[in-house]
Write a protein that binds this ligand. Structure first.
Ligand code: ADE
Length: 284
């Protein structure tokens, strides 16, 4: 079977062969759980963790998506263990971590890349839509963090969490709910970076700017064109830009880094306009 060719994001061939700064055995002996590992940044991270020798668990709601990533890895002699997990359900999270403990004796790294949002002017949000985004992007991420930390504390095992958020400093018109949730994750991460330091648990965030992934599919062409010019580099970043940074923070390379929020956005904090969805006439 040919590797999947994607209109957006990196295909399997690119994920397999993209040069990396890390030596091939950099993550040997590590177990990493990656939520949202079936697509986008999570999928790229799964590839790179596996390429560097980690044992990888990819979790998400859709088994088919996870299985497809695992099958692609298998074709080139790499492995990832798919486990279905709904991060909005604490029992599902508990079952997933329990399975990881049975299969691998626990994990060392948790990457929270699962999440989702839809563009809409904030004034039109329904309470149902608001709650859905907050429950997934804030509460779901939190439950994953807390469950991992409880396992680590119980077994006196050090741990490292990397939460994939977004650039929140200037807000993000068009996805206010998600921006609020991600800001919450950043604040939580800074707080528990302190509370959990005695347990040797580090907690960091990465704030990606516009990244070319399958996730771009939900946006209009106008939005995508605008995003591509929303930073001084005048382009999208790719999911490997984020995957390599995840590993830097998660592994020994990041051993004195905690409570950090690393922005990887081509400089969009300094220059450029970000607007997801329809831009009102007033700002044109
Ligand atoms: N990705 C988006 N929503 C999710 C959820 N509720 N659980 C796991 N992965 C997700």
């Amino acid at each position: 079977m040919e590797s999947e060719i994607l209109e957006f994001g990196m295909d399997d061939k690119e994920l397999e062969s993209h040069p990396t700064i890390y030596r091939p055995d950099f993550l040997v002996g590590k177990v990493a759980v990656i939520s949202g590992g079936g697509s986008g940044i999570g999928r790229a991270a799964a590839w790179l963790f596996a390429r560097l020798g980690a044992r990888v668990v990819i979790c998400g709601r859709k088994l088919e998506k996870l299985k497809s990533v695992a099958a692609s890895l298998k074709k080139v002699g790499l492995e990832a263990q798919p486990i279905v997990c709904n991060i909005r359900d604490d029992e599902s999270i508990e079952a997933m971590f329990s399975k990881v403990e049975n299969l691998f004796g626990g994990c060392d790294i948790l990457v929270n890349s699962a999440g989702g949002q839809y563009p809409q002017p904030a004034i039109d949000f329904t309470i149902k839509g608001w709650n859905a985004v907050i429950e997934t992007n804030l509460t779901g991420t939190w439950l994953m963090m807390q469950t991992a930390a409880r396992y680590w504390r119980k077994s006196s095992r050090p741990g490292s969490i990397v939460n994939i958020v977004t650039v929140v400093e200037r807000g993000q018109p068009g996805i206010a709910h998600s921006c609020a949730a991600r800001a919450g994750v950043i604040a939580l991460s800074k707080t528990v970076a302190i509370e959990w330091a005695p347990d040797k648990i580090r907690v960091n965030c990465i704030g990606p700017g516009p990244i070319d992934t399958e996730g771009q599919r939900v946006y209009t062409e106008e939005t995508r064109n605008r995003s591509a010019r929303s930073n001084p580099m005048m382009r999208f970043g790719d999911s490997f830009d984020i995957a390599e940074a995840i590993i830097f923070l998660a592994a020994e390379s990041g051993k004195f880094i905690t409570g950090e929020n690393l922005i990887i956005d081509g400089g969009s904090q300094l220059w450029g306009e970000f607007w997801v969805g329809e831009k009102p006439e007033y700002f044109k």
